[in-house]
Each structure stands twice: as C-alpha cells, then as structure tokens.
Write a protein that binds this ligand. Structure first.
Ligand code: AKG
Length: 231
C-alpha cells in the first residue's frame, strides 16, 4: 500500500506511523481490557533482585517470566495460564509485515526481502501497560527459541494510548541510543539484522491519548504496548 506512512529506520527495522485505524485501536484496547481482568491477566512483575518492573504485564500464548527470562505454559507467580493470542491480532501483524515489505521494496532495496525482514506468524505476545510514571530500561529480546532468534524473526510492536519516548541502539547505553516518539496506532517492527537491538521506554507523555480512543474505551491514563513474537 503506497499510502502507508512508514520509515525504514535501519535494515530490518521499520516504523509504520499511525498505522492502526482508531476504530481498530478501540477493538484492541477493549479485548485487552477484558483479558487483562481475567486469570492470567495484568500483574506487576518483579526482577530476581526483588525490584518491581515499572509497568503492568500480561502475556498471551505463553508466559514470559522476567525472573527466569524463560517462556512457560503457566505463570510461575500464580500458576495461571496466559490467555490465547486472539487470531484477529495475528492477522493485523501479518498485514503490517506485508506493508513493511512493500515499503522496503519501494525504498529500492533489491535484496531478497525475506533476508532483510523475515515473515513471522506470532504465537506469543507480551502486553505492557505503563502508567504515566512507567518506563522500561534498555534490553534485548533474546528469550525466544533459537530458531526464532537466529532466523531474525521480527518483533512487531503496537503502541496504544499515551505516546512514549522510545530508545534504541546497538549498546545498553542511553547516551548513545536513538530516540523516537511512538504514538497511538504506530507499529514498530525489528527483525533481520535489527532483531537484537537494545530498546526501552524512557518516558510516557501524559494526556496524549487520542480523544476518540479514550471516549470509546475509558482507557486509564497511560500506554499499552503489545509486542508480538514467534516463540
Ligand atoms: C518489550 O516488551 O520487550 C518492550 O521492549 C516493550 C517496548 C515498548 O513498550 O514500546
């Protein structure tokens, strides 16, 4: 789709701006709100040293545990099974990857598109909710299967609600990191040679949720982020 407003940020890293239509954002938020209140829903996880993450988390498909850094069928903290990944979410991820491929080709890259940004069919998703004081330190996503990581299968991230200042770079160094603003409806993809970038959220921008989304969901002040992956 030529109309997709996207930016190829690095090889394998694509930002699709305002990609998810508002009515679709409403549907996603409502689904997350419903799942988030059920068993396996939102909780505030902690690290091994006892510190709490500055966000609420819910996993879909498989549980990811910040203490062991492993995926499992059940959450260690309470034995709950994570909700299944809604199929309509996976369809949106496939569509975003197709549009990212079109964008890369339009930019004139003649290499095999699957080498630059492999296709990925998600089976897991980590959902984070950041209140306006939420944040997440620079880290790599490297707990998926060996095949997924070695194959450079992308992480596909949906941003909803308040905007966030998002950092990314080759090192765990805030001063050397690039900075972008992720707004509600943006989709960020990092795969191929960008699969192992360090990334994190340095701040949430208050009162930046689109009014339509607030009015139709009653979303609490803050930001929802969904990162889809293939285990
Ligand atoms: C993660 O879940 O691994 C993230 O890095 C989330 C990033 C974000 O909230 O944009």
């Amino acid at each position: 789709d030529e109309a997709t407003n996207g930016i190829v940020m690095r090889p394998g890293m694509v930002l699709l701006k305002h990609y998810i239509p508002l009515h679709e954002q409403v549907n996603i938020v409502k689904t997350i709100q419903k799942l988030g209140l059920g068993p396996g829903g939102f909780y505030q996880p902690g690290y091994k040293d006892g510190a709490k993450l500055r966000l609420q988390m819910m996993c879909l498909g498989l549980d990811w545990d910040p203490q062991t850094r492993k995926y499992a069928r059940k959450r260690v903290a309470d034995g709950n099974k994570p909700p299944d990944l809604p199929p309509e979410f996976a369809i949106l991820v496939g569509k975003a990857l197709n549009d990212a491929h079109a964008l890369i080709k339009n930019n004139g890259d003649t290499n095999n598109i699957e080498d630059i940004l492999p296709t990925m069919s998600p089976d897991i998703c980590i959902v984070n909710f950041y209140s306006t004081s939420g944040r997440l330190g620079l880290h790599q996503d490297r707990d998926e299967s060996r095949e997924s990581l070695v194959g450079g299968l992308p992480v596909v991230s949906f941003s909803l609600g308040n905007s966030a200042e998002f950092l990314y770079g080759d090192q765990r160094d805030v001063d050397k990191a690039g900075k972008i603003i992720l707004e509600s409806g943006d989709v960020l993809i990092f795969g191929g040679e960008s699969r192992h970038i360090f990334h994190g959220v340095s701040s949430i921008i208050p009162k930046s949720t689109p009014k339509f989304l607030l009015d139709h969901t009653g979303l609490r002040p803050g930001r929802l982020n969904l990162t889809f992956r293939k285990y």
